[in-house]
Design a protein around this ligand. Structure first.
Ligand code: ZN
Length: 87
């Protein structure tokens, strides 16, 4: 048994529940801005996506984020997330 607290969140692309630390948190704030929440504490509506190329592409292509936020996330965000994987 693992008694360390694992917080699970669902990826908007593959719909799998994963450890929060394996996911990116993306937030839409009250002004409708969609951005990467690197602190995990930003206010607004959050959605999660795996730190994987395939899930990020799916989240943008198959409207994963659009469904979660009701707004289209900026192309810049896609490029940023893809870059962040390789950091
Ligand atoms: Zn995923």
């Amino acid at each position: 048994m693992n008694d360390k607290k694992t917080v699970l969140r669902k990826c908007v692309a593959c719909n799998e529940m994963k450890d929060k630390r394996e996911l990116f948190r993306v937030v839409r704030d009250k002004d409708g801005q969609v951005f990467l929440d690197s602190t995990g504490k930003a206010n607004g509506r959050g959605a999660y996506v795996c730190r994987q190329n395939s899930c990020i592409e799916t989240a943008f292509k198959k409207k994963g984020f659009l469904k979660a936020f009701k707004v289209v996330p900026p192309e810049d965000l896609r490029l940023l997330l893809l870059k962040e994987i390789n950091r």
